[in-house]
Design a protein around this ligand. Structure first.
Ligand SMILES: [Zn+2]
Length: 398
């Protein structure tokens, strides 16, 4: 490709990216954001419209003269496969260029501790899903995957669970499926979703706390997702808080995650039941491979029905979590903390203990500068973040 053509492609990508994030824009806004001239922007929009990407969506507010056109992406100009991988299950769906989830996500079982089986399952799920959907498959730009654990999104490496040495998990899945694959840490995916389409949209400094099976944090600093030098920023769940504490899955002892996470809640519940606590949780305990198991969402549901032991577990979790978060608040001075994850269905039962801890452990000036909120993106935030990461990489401007 000639230099001129490459430049043109990059400028088109810049426009697609801006339209993807902002949904609909005026030509004047695109001129301001890209630094290109009005005739250049108009010409690029005309070509993008002929290529099927862009369409006029209506009219913006007039500043005196004729109302300006609002341009946006055609909602089906491209599609992305979205996958969320947790430790025990995964889910898959398809999203369009308007970020609409087109199919009810299909859930499937996996065991992330078996890396070979996990990549087989993911690639099988992709081809099985593709065979069942009825969209133009040539318009699928790739697969965006959110994963737990240390993940270098740029290089496509997951260090904790899906580490294959020389080859990255992204490359292996690309070979198996034929699609471009981009991976991102689950908490960072959620932070990216908040930054682009959620409560952090116009916020400069925010913490996105993802409370699921584990505990993750996405950092938004100076209006950008902060990933650190090797992509691992935000691993605050593995800071040591308990002297000689429990063994964490990361190999160290006493990490925050061992006392403030979905799996910690499950452990507390099982221990309490063992000691004869009076709780309705007893009825949810299942025996799997000779081990007693309970799902953390059963604890949330029981707490919401007023089970005092379940409420106590949430309260302990919130208190410890708040103590951990207060360290981040002291270091980063954020204006907003957004909680994400299904556990937040518990609402005040978890956020009030967090706030109490912040009052107890933060300096007043820092605590007063920060507010706490619960994400309104919904339970598919990881899928949405994974697709934003894929889209922004595919329409790269570098
Ligand atoms: Zn740990």
């Amino acid at each position: 490709m000639s230099v001129k053509k490459i430049k043109k492609r990059l400028n088109k990508n810049r426009i697609i990216k801006l339209l993807y994030i902002h949904k609909s824009l005026t030509n004047a806004f695109l001129v301001k954001e890209t630094g290109l001239s009005l005739p250049t922007v108009s010409n690029l929009l005309k070509e993008l419209s002929e290529e099927g990407y862009v369409k006029i969506q209506g009219y913006g507010a007039s500043s005196g003269g004729r109302k300006p056109n609002l341009v946006g992406l055609q909602k089906d100009s491209f599609y992305s496969i979205a996958i969320e991988v947790e430790r025990r299950f995964g889910k898959i769906t398809l999203m369009n260029s308007n970020n609409d989830i087109l199919y009810e996500p299909v859930q499937f079982e996996l065991n992330i501790y078996d890396k070979f089986e996990t990549v087989e399952i993911i690639s099988y799920q992709i081809s099985n899903f593709i065979s069942k959907i009825s969209v133009d498959k040539d318009k699928i730009i790739g697969v965006g995957i959110s994963l737990p654990g240390l993940t270098n999104a740029q290089k496509g490496i997951n260090y904790n669970f899906l580490n294959f040495g020389d080859k990255t998990v992204a490359d292996i899945l690309k070979e198996k499926t034929g699609f471009e694959v981009k991976i991102i840490n689950d908490a960072q995916a959620r932070a990216l979703a908040e930054l682009r389409f959620g409560k952090a949209k116009n916020v400069q400094n925010a913490l996105v706390i993802y409370l699921g099976n584990g505990l993750g944090t996405g950092l938004i600093l100076n209006g950008k997702l902060y990933q650190g030098s090797t992509g691992f920023a935000g691993e605050f769940s593995h800071i040591p808080v308990v002297e000689n504490g429990l063994l964490c899955h990361c190999g160290k002892r006493g990490c925050l995650e061992t006392i403030a996470s979905g799996s910690a809640m499950e452990r507390m519940a099982l221990e309490g039941i063992e000691q004869g606590e009076h709780t309705e949780l007893v009825k949810y305990v299942k025996e799997k491979r000779g081990k007693k198991q309970l799902f953390y969402m059963d604890i949330v549901d029981s707490a919401l029905r007023g089970d005092s032991f379940a409420i106590e577990i949430l309260s302990k979790t919130g208190t410890e979590l708040g103590r951990g978060i207060s360290m981040l608040v002291q270091i980063l001075n954020p204006e907003l903390i957004i909680f994400s994850g299904q556990i937040l269905k518990a609402g005040h039962l978890i956020t009030i203990p967090v706030e109490h801890s912040l009052i107890k452990y933060c300096l007043n000036e820092l605590r007063e500068a920060v507010s706490i909120d619960i994400s309104d993106i919904g339970k598919e935030a990881s899928l949405i973040g994974a697709v934003i990461n894929l889209t922004e990489n595919i329409f790269s401007t570098q």
